[in-house]
Ligand binder design. Structure first.
Ligand SMILES: [Zn+2]
Length: 286
């Protein structure tokens, strides 16, 4: 955090330096745009092929073939979900940081979840967000962030003088992946990564720049819908923070399950093809 009393005096031109307007790091005008109308048209007559109810304070895995849709829906009560996505063979994983750099701190309809290097390709495209009305509130909060990481027992241990809690999203995702893919816990844990915080309402405080959360505006029936650009394997944790209005990393919050449904369209969206690998030649100047 920035000090209240800086060690170093401001130079005479400090205000002029501060007044320089910002430049967007990654203008997305040249990014290939998803054809949302074609994606949405492909939902007509789709067929549900699978559903998974993720228990409260636990996680579950699901597979989504390329060209299919999946929905994460709030059921029973307000609940936040921590989402990990891999390619079906687990060789690629969701790249939260680059997704944030491209699409901003919070995702909504038309944004993509991008994969790690060296593929850096769209893994999934958001095709519907029933909370898109929320926008940014007066605190700078918004939903579906890619700025948090996932609640985890290591940070909790540091902050609670050695506390041991086993149902943080990191541990939930680790157990679920281990069970679903027949991996040991260490192998599964190494594959768990920073998440898309589905339904979570977060931001940074204006005065100290600290990561904050507040009660999620999600209500039963709200959903976030995705189109799978490649064959996907996903894991979703129903965070022990519940709606994240008070605390996580404990069993004190009211928690609810989350529903994941997979849908097969009658035909792929018009003009759609699975995402190819990134076009960089990987010679790195050699
Ligand atoms: Zn969590």
């Amino acid at each position: 955090m920035k000090p209240d009393r800086p060690d170093h005096p401001a130079p005479p031109d400090a205000e002029a330096r501060r007044a320089v307007p910002p430049v967007i790091c990654y203008p997305v005008e040249t990014l290939p745009k998803p054809d949302l109308a074609a994606y949405r048209a492909a939902r007509a007559g789709w067929r549900k092929t699978a559903e998974t109810l993720v228990p409260a304070r636990d996680a579950a895995c699901f597979a989504v073939p390329a060209g299919h849709f999946f929905r994460i829906t709030s059921v029973e009560g307000p609940q936040v979900g921590d989402l990990n996505l891999w390619s079906a063979d687990l060789s690629e994983r969701f790249y939260s940081g680059k997704t944030r750099a491209l699409h901003g701190t919070h995702l909504s309809t038309g944004d993509r979840m991008w994969s790690s290097f060296p593929t850096l390709r769209p893994m999934a495209t958001i095709t519907e967000d029933t909370l898109d009305w929320y926008g940014f509130d007066a605190f700078g909060g918004a939903v579906h962030d890619v700025i948090g990481t996932r609640c985890d027992p290591y940070t909790h241990c540091l902050l609670s003088d050695g506390g041991q809690y086993h149902h943080c999203c990191h541990s939930n995702l680790t157990r679920a992946l281990a069970d679903a893919r027949g991996l040991g816990l260490p192998a599964a844990e190494a594959l768990v990564h920073d998440v898309l915080n589905v339904f979570m309402c977060t931001g940074f405080t204006r005065d100290t720049g600290q990561y904050f959360m507040k009660a999620s505006p999600v209500r039963p029936g709200d959903y976030l819908e995705f189109f799978a650009e490649i064959d996907l394997f996903g894991a979703l944790s129903a965070c022990p923070g519940g709606d994240c209005s008070a605390e996580h990393s404990s069993d004190s919050a009211a928690c609810h399950p989350l529903l994941v449904e997979v849908f097969a369209p009658k035909a792929p969206p018009v003009g759609w093809a699975p995402a190819g690998a990134n076009g960089y030649d990987r010679s790195h100047g050699r």
